[in-house]
Design a protein around this ligand. Sequence first.
Ligand code: ATP
Length: 222
Amino acid sequence: MTRRVGILGGTFDPVHLGHIDVASAGVRALHLSSLVMMPANVPPHRPSPSASPFHRFAMVSLAIADRHGWTASDMELLDPARSFTSATLDRLHVQGYAASELYFLIGVDAFRDIASWKDYPALLDKANFGVVGRPGFSVATLAGALPDLASRMRTPDHVPGGQTMIVLIDAATTDVSATAIRLRVAAGQSIDGLVPASVAQHIERHGLYTASVSDRRSGDSH
Ligand code: ATP
């Protein structure tokens, strides 16, 4: 049986239920055999995250601890260079994964900026891209927003083998962002129901995000 490996990259500052929903939707819709959560090392085009890479990795590990087949990868964090998805996919190919076996999961808000990512459009040949809806951003509008890529877009039940595709996954995810969580913690507000309980406990125990934080929502593509 072919491997179908999902990868969810992100800053995860902190990981939240929206991320878990994206990964779950990908696993379900694409019948993934495994899922890798991969925290990025200082994403290009945005300021440094406010929790250390160690805390970001710890929170991801806690968030997925009870999920069979899900792992956290330190591949990007251990590379001193900035993380670029193109380079990460190259490294996975060197490790023996074929492009057609890889499913890079991404929220539709982030995918709309794909043309600004390093090695676009060759990047799209390095893995399948599973694009998941986000509250306020529907996958239905993606072909109109990115007409050059429309011919590569498919629904999950129509993914031919061999060639890499952009698979549109119409799923409901929790309406939350890491920015909103940082702001809530800094303001002393509850984050119950927005992050896994183990992650909330980690944030509280280590006093993360209590210093003043600014809204850094914009420009996190790579
Ligand atoms: P920030 O608020 O710091 O920009 P974020 O909440 O968008 O962070 P990231 O770690 O930057 O989280 O996101 C990683 C990936 O998860 C991106 O592809 C993003 O589109 C996707 N994503 C994050 N939150 C959601 C959500 N609620 N629904 C769907 N996709 C999401």
